[in-house]
Design a binder for this molecule. Sequence first.
Ligand code: PLP
Length: 393
Amino acid sequence: MTKPKTSSTDCVHAGAKPVELSGPIITPIVHCAPFSFDSTAQVIEFQEGRSARQQPEYGRMGNPTVACVESRLAALEGAERAVLFGSGMAAVTSLLLTFLKSGDHVVMTRDAYRRTRDFSATFLKKFGVEVTLVDPSVCAIEKALQPSTAMIFSESPTNPYLNVIDIDGLARLGRDHGRLTVVDSTFATPFNIRPIELGIDLVIHSATKYLGGHNDLISGFVAGREQLLQPLAEMRSNLGGICDPNTAFMLERGLKTLALRMERHNASGLALAQFLESHPKVRRVYYPGLPSHPHHEIAKAQLAGYGGVVSFEIDGDLERTARFIDRLQLPHLTPSLGGVESLVEQVVVMSYWQMPKEEREKLGLNDNLVRYSLGIEDIEDILKDVSQALDGI
Ligand SMILES: Cc1ncc(COP(=O)(O)O)c(C=O)c1O
């Protein structure tokens, strides 16, 4: 009897045929590091930009699953191109490192995501880039411009006070003064506003939030003109921050229900904000859909909806606010936002506990501030739960 003798060469190569796909309606996940060429001539054609081939030679530079999701994201943002990263912070830091150099100055809105601010104030400073933090208004940004200002970076709506920038005015300011404008539009999503279509140069997202939408992935992207996105893609190849194909697949799946989810988030956000505003145990509500919000008029003019995050101050101190949080049954106590599950945090405890109280106060962060990210649960259940938690304090 002959016993089998298995060759390792066969294990690696036998029977292999290139995958030829005939019309799967779902984007395939391509797990692959190197992508081969048929011949040296093909390599040279590719190197010289004469090849029709889209896929780079190595997965850190690009991936077919990632490319497919990038096209979807660019289409949703009304942009020529999008570049996908392994996190929102990879997108933010890669963008800053691509477009800034020593001696440049950046104007940034004060209530930017904390790590964006920290990276700019510490790391960029080390490399000779100065950052001025300003209130989130076009007027304050204009006043802070210097001859060396290379970039204006703003979030809108901002975290956690949901300030809304006049995106139209910001784009005009950037154009008039010849400065690069960047908007982190994570809280709005392209469902509520498309800054590129209003003239902003680059849009950033933490896709971890509404775009993924299910609290199960970390990703981010930048969208804009090809001319700006090509150097950013080069930077991604150098820094290595590309999104992995599995996550890209999950992101694409999330995107399919973005419009459905955003309709619910927008409606529930407004309903919770209105409920809280009339509650005696709530001192103040920050929600751009409320006429009491300082940027309501801009929001009404520019946003298709006001989003699913509501920030509010409990009538009480740190301890009373913590008691409210701990009585809530429905939302998970955690940072993050934008998923189908409701999430809640007491901002100073979750995101700023390490920061001395005086510094927190300089940023205007009060101990009684709560940020509630509404999921897609029934609004009646969300309101019932918030109501019982307020009754109990
Ligand atoms: C507005 C905003 N931008 C960027 C980020 C960073 O994104 P990621 O957590 O995906 O790295 C966050 C994270 O919370 C955010 O809220």
